[in-house]
Design a protein. Structure first.
Length: 200
């Protein structure tokens, strides 16, 4: 057991740099694992070791029976990412944070098992970028394309059918040509305000 693991306040120079690691979890336990780690990192005074816990996700919308519903969809089901100090400067696993994390209900193991492997910087940068791009946005469960026929399910043009002229994924909006008074009129709608027809 490394000397730094036996001390409640190890010297700063005995700890390695903070790195990101991947934890494998049981199905649908990712959120509970994050909640536990966030809470008990403070309770157990593990803040010196555990710096951040991340469950990358996005908000997804869909229409069922004319009603909009939203849910959180995880980018990496079965995985939680943790930014922490896990090794001492000699490359030995620090026992205190190791057992703290491994003891959390729902966690199967670190990726790398007994010798957890830090994520490459470019990989964690990509994951964080995914999360940042998804912040504040609602992504449709169904993707749309120009030329598709859709039925409007919300708003003043409810129940009308039109064809998609433009798709703006960044804003979550569509431009749809709708027949109004015998003429096709372009209408801007949000993704969740339409649904695909059987023909499309």
């Amino acid at each position: 057991m490394p000397e730094s693991a036996t001390s409640s306040a190890p010297a700063a120079q005995s700890l390695s740099d903070v790195r990101w690691f991947a934890l494998q979890t049981f199905s649908n336990m990712e959120g509970k694992v994050k909640q536990y780690l966030d809470k008990f990192t403070q309770v157990e005074e593990m803040g010196e070791y555990v710096h951040e816990v991340l469950v990358p996700s996005e908000t997804v919308t869909e229409i069922k029976n004319g009603r909009k519903s939203t849910k959180v969809r995880k980018f990496y089901p079965g995985y939680v990412f943790i930014k922490m100090r896990l090794y001492d400067t000699d490359g030995k696993v620090l026992q205190r944070p190791w057992y703290f994390v491994r003891g959390v209900q729902g966690i199967i193991n670190f990726i790398g098992d007994e010798h957890p492997i830090p994520l490459k910087q470019e990989d964690i940068d990509r994951i964080i970028r995914q999360v940042q791009e998804a912040l504040g946005k609602e992504k449709p469960k169904i993707e749309y394309a120009v030329g598709q026929e859709v039925k409007i399910t919300d708003g003043p043009f409810h129940n009308l059918t039109g064809r998609i002229d433009e798709v703006d994924p960044a804003r979550g909006k569509l431009k749809v040509s709708v027949p109004i008074f015998g003429r096709f009129t372009p209408v801007e709608l949000e993704y969740w305000q339409v649904e695909k027809t059987e023909q499309s």
